[in-house]
Design a binder for this molecule. Sequence first.
Ligand SMILES: [Zn+2]
Length: 562
Amino acid sequence: MKKQIRFIFLMGLLTGFALPHYAQESPRDKGLSAITKEALQGQLEFLASDWTEGRETGTKGEYMASDYIASMFKLYGLTPGGDLEAARMGGRGQRPTAGAAAQRPEPKRTYFQNINFIESYPGETQEMSIITKSGSGSRAVDFAYQTDFSVTPGQVGIEAEVPIVFIGYGLVDEKNGYDDFKGLDLKGKIVIKLNGYPGSKDMNSKAYEKFKPAVQTPDPNAPRQFRPGGFGRYPWANEKGVVGIIEIRTVNDPTTQWAANVPFRYNTATYEGDVPQSRIRKSMQIMNDKVDVGYMTLQVTDRVINEIISGSGIDIAAIEKQIAETGKPASRELTGKFMHIKTTVESRIVRGRNVVGVIEGKNPDEIVVIGGHYDHLGKQDGFIFNGADDNASGTVGVMTIAKAMMATGIKPEKTMVFCAWTGEEKGLLGSKFFADHPYKDKILCDLNFDMISRNDPGENMDNKIMMNYSNKFPISRELVEKFNKDLNMGLEIKFTGSEKPGGGSDHASFSAKDIPIYYFMAGMPPEYHKFNDHIELVVWDKFVKIVQLGYLSLFEIVQNWK
Ligand SMILES: [Zn+2]
């Protein structure tokens, strides 16, 4: 009994102290109080739910997600920063009189910036054979489409007979003096590539120790192909004029292979959908962009690989072992080996949209952009790719900072533009389109969130995060360091500054235009780009702290940065 009384007394004391302090809460702190676990969770639960069907660009699920984001922007009190509303006529055929025209209201903006994309996918004809030529003659083995191979096309179809080159991991690592391309001419050729990196399949090997830090660490500047499990574009392939890439998947991951789809898919407990298509067979570009002829990516069965390497003296397992042991490339042209390929490409127009909400500041002409992509990989191969971390988390970060800024009750100095990007997973398309057609011409800086709710694999990662920033924007780092300390957040932040931060996320679209950026990422979880990137795995405390750091630093930048 006594204890209880004391407890109540203590509570009274605490409230007594807390109240007057609350009354003096600064605008900045009022905003900070709006960033809670509940706020993040409430938004994330819908955005990463099955209702949004993995939010693939141009699909119903993505439209539903963008409607939701726009509704929240409206609820928080942001003004629309997207396209003008289509002109509304009073009625079909009614012409406004001169008087009515004078009163015609200004066209209103919407929250949506619409973008036309062209999506390319395999057409009707897909033929492939492996040809082996030797002194005495040649043999051709035909393989069947969707049985032995699958194609992610470039932008146009081709028919060709081309040499095949083995390029190891397709890795150049200057620091370790490793270059898989050295001495090879890849123009007009098909390349066959191992997935991973030297030593990635043998954690006890020398090469693993050597290459792991450069490749395994989720360095947001690292090109996407170096990221574990990452699909994506190979920037070198276009530069070197490669016709196509065959990636050998020595790690068997059924969710990434078209073949997994066919016979036994009903056996898996995670089967959630009914779309029998591979998620990596389509490519997309912005409609009015220059045609990027591109290269194709082929997924093949072991039967095809065996036919390619037969007689070449290459043994995949042995060669991986050799590279892991020596740390030296083993790339070479496969003499006498050719691929005949005939592939047609079909295309269609897909419409996607960025969501743009604005808090107009005292200066309406200079804007600060806060963005994150809301699109993800969709519903494919029978799975819904919910993408809770990638990147419902970052989108919720953007929305919650909007909420917090409105909660400050002040009109900010600079104008803040909150953006949820489409088309990131297709090649940073939405942010690129915005950077080319911004809400206002003068963009002062961009804050990007991509994957801010999870950990890297390993022990004690709950406090470790990464922040990348432009060297010419050191204030972003200083502010983040300061608030991490002032608020005793206890985050260990790995900062990486560079001239033009690139890599596989939307800040690169701004960085490419010399706009200073800063970018948060919480970690590279094992569920990255897999169907089980689910909300149950979110590390809430860390997620809240990153959003708070984003808000606090941005508040200072908007109010005081010159
Ligand atoms: Zn992402």
